[in-house]
Design a protein around this ligand. Structure first.
Ligand code: DX5
Ligand code: ZN
Length: 216
């Protein structure tokens, strides 16, 4: 069953508590939390204070997507402040293996993210150690961008790889996910969908979930 993680980047930050309540009632599978540093990506978003505030108010899994340089320096803090899943970009550090081990040491689920320009083959030596791969289907940094169609082939390749090698990592997809793009992504083998601008356009988040989960 496909899981949906709304990206809080598109939520109403002045009413975050209400948003979380609404998302919980709708039955979302967790909250996607985008951290941007203005270096790895050309935008700055949210960080520790909002994560701590959220953690006090929700038991939903918090899926922290680190779009920051040298993420290994901040992993302890994100884990301690409430993340349940932490994903790091393979492009953001020469020490991706160390970053993975750090997340695991906290007992959190660990993911590795690849940008649209990064090949799936770059992940091969890591796939046995991680809980999920996050395939970026836009260039990271901003919500509301158009889905890059070649991402579907990457999802297919990862899906085949895990079947061939008897691995259990999940495949998450982030960027431009909407009712038009979700069906092909799900068909290709994605397990978890992140959705920001499309999702938060709905008055009813329950309805948004239905649209994303129906396979078209
Ligand atoms: C983009 C972020 C996404 C973003 C997705 O860099 O990682 O999580 O919020 O937004 P949409 O769904 O609007 O593409
Ligand atoms: Zn994200």
């Amino acid at each position: 069953m496909t899981k949906i993680f709304p990206s809080l980047l598109s939520a109403d930050f002045m009413n975050l508590e209400k948003e979380v309540q609404h998302l919980t009632e709708a039955g979302v599978d967790g909250l996607h939390f985008d951290v941007m540093d203005g270096q790895f990506v050309p935008n700055i978003s949210i960080g520790f204070p909002i994560l701590e505030a959220l953690r006090k108010k929700t038991t939903l899994p918090i899926d922290v997507h680190l779009m920051i340089d040298n993420p290994e320096n901040y992993i302890d803090a994100f884990c301690e402040k409430g993340a349940d899943k932490v994903s790091v970009h393979i492009e953001a550090t020469p020490h991706i293996h160390r970053a993975i081990q750090k997340i695991k040491a906290h007992g959190k689920e660990v993911g590795v993210v690849i940008n649209p320009g990064t090949a799936v083959s770059q992940l091969e030596s890591l796939l046995q150690d991680i809980d999920f791969v996050l395939v970026m289907s836009v260039n990271p940094g901003f919500g509301g961008q158009a889905f890059i169609p070649q991402s579907v082939d990457k999802i297919k390749a990862l899906n085949e790889y895990r079947h061939q090698h008897g691995l259990n990592f999940k495949i998450e997809v982030d960027g431009g996910v909407n009712d038009q793009t979700a069906p092909s992504v799900i068909k290709a083998g994605a397990d978890w969908l992140v959705a920001g601008s499309y999702f938060f356009k709905f008055d009813s988040y329950h309805e948004a979930l239905q649209h994303l989960k129906s396979e078209g």
